[in-house]
Design a protein around this ligand. Structure first.
Ligand SMILES: NC(=O)C1=CN([C@@H]2O[C@H](COP(=O)(O)OP(=O)(O)OC[C@H]3O[C@@H](n4cnc5c(N)ncnc54)[C@H](OP(=O)(O)O)[C@@H]3O)[C@@H](O)[C@H]2O)C=CC1
Ligand SMILES: O=C(O)[C@@H]1CCC=N1
Length: 313
């Protein structure tokens, strides 16, 4: 629980994302400490207290070692628990629900969970599960005065390296200033943040949550092309990754992707030759359709639907 030094952040589900988010937050805190300037905490919108202790809960016993292997080197107080979600929730100030989408009822339905969550902020990163679904499950007769506040956020796995793109769902009614500051601090500490209405969360899941997988596929294909033409594998992968990073740097600094593309295409040169092959392969349509498909699949993940991907052509 919160002490004079800081808050306790608990993740309920210590898999890929639970570890990535804790790792990102720890890394951000550690680098602020190293610089001995908690610049974000010094800003007017920073929460009065930051996370300083961490609890990772899972049902899978080997998760404890995975968490320790990934995070112990940050040297923050870190507790790992197996089948002790209530203890993890009780000892928390702020929680991240990071189980699989269909698993939230198991966790939130545990006897004593409602009391353990009272008055706290529960951040759900589950794909396809709405804030209302969680609220109605926890409080079927309406939220009591001490109900926890549920906030839906869609981050991505680049949280681990402080490069997430996280979409925070606009809360209705608004969170308190302190709650809002805490949620924004957590996700700003692990990357960039935008806030959007509830209706945009499934598309955000496809573009930001799934996005790293889509971009990794393109990156890997580009490296393969280089290898096919004789580049050594390790260098080809580094070259593809750094080239993708440079491209995103230009776009994030304000360059329009279409202008960027045209600038690279020297008339009569090799780039336009490669671009024509991509257009013939309907890369744009295929990539856009992948985002549309993932959006539709994401929208069904919270309905308890099984094998959703198999129901679509
Ligand atoms: N992976 C990603 O890049 C992203 C994922 N998400 C969302 O984040 C959530 C987690 O995804 P991800 O990290 O990939 O999934 P993982 O399967 O890696 O992690 C979930 C963990 O929760 C555990 N778990 C299952 N039931 C319980 C329980 N009752 N109590 C505590 N822990 C439990 C799982 O154990 P077991 O494996 O034994 O079931 C598993 O270790 C999902 O809802 C997903 O939609 C959002 C953005 C990006
Ligand atoms: O594939 C999934 O369902 C999750 C949600 C976004 C990224 N991974």
């Amino acid at each position: 629980m919160s002490d004079s030094e800081g808050l306790t952040l608990t993740v309920l589900g210590a898999g890929t994302m639970g570890i990535a988010i804790m790792g990102g937050v720890m890394s951000s805190l550690a680098s602020a400490k190293t610089k001995s300037a908690l610049s974000s905490s010094a800003s007017s919108s920073a929460p009065p207290k930051l996370p300083s202790k961490f609890i990772a809960c899972d049902t899978w016993a080997p998760a404890e070692q995975k968490v320790k292997d990934a995070l112990s080197h940050y040297a923050f107080p870190l507790t790992t628990l197996t089948n002790k979600n209530i203890q993890g929730a009780r000892d928390a100030d702020v929680l991240i629900l990071s189980c699989k989408p269909h698993g939230f009822k198991d966790i939130l339905g545990e006897s004593g969970m409602r009391d353990a969550l009272a008055g706290k902020v529960l951040i759900s990163i589950l794909a396809g599960v709405t804030q209302e679904q969680i609220e109605q499950f926890l409080y079927p007769s309406g939220a009591p005065e001490n109900a926890c506040r549920i906030v839906r956020v869609m981050p991505n796995t680049a949280s681990f390296v402080g490069e997430s793109m996280s979409v925070i769902q606009k809360s209705e009614p608004p969170l308190t200033d302190a709650q809002q500051a805490l949620v924004e601090w957590i996700f700003n500490s692990i990357g960039r943040v935008v806030t959007l209405p509830a209706g945009n969360m499934d598309a955000s899941t496809a573009l930001c949550g799934s996005g790293p997988a889509f971009f990794a596929l393109v990156l890997e294909a580009a490296a393969d092309g280089g290898v096919a033409m004789g580049l050594p594998r390790a260098e080809a992968q580094l070259m593809a990754a750094q080239t993708m990073r440079g491209t995103t740097g230009l776009v994030l600094s304000g360059e329009h992707p279409a202008v960027l593309k045209d600038k690279v295409s020297t008339p009569g040169g090799c780039t336009i030759g490669g671009l024509m092959v991509l257009e013939e392969g309907t890369v744009r349509g295929t990539v856009s359709r992948a985002i549309r498909e993932a959006t539709v699949v994401a929208s069904q993940l919270g309905q308890g639907a099984k094998n959703v991907n198999g129901t679509r052509h």
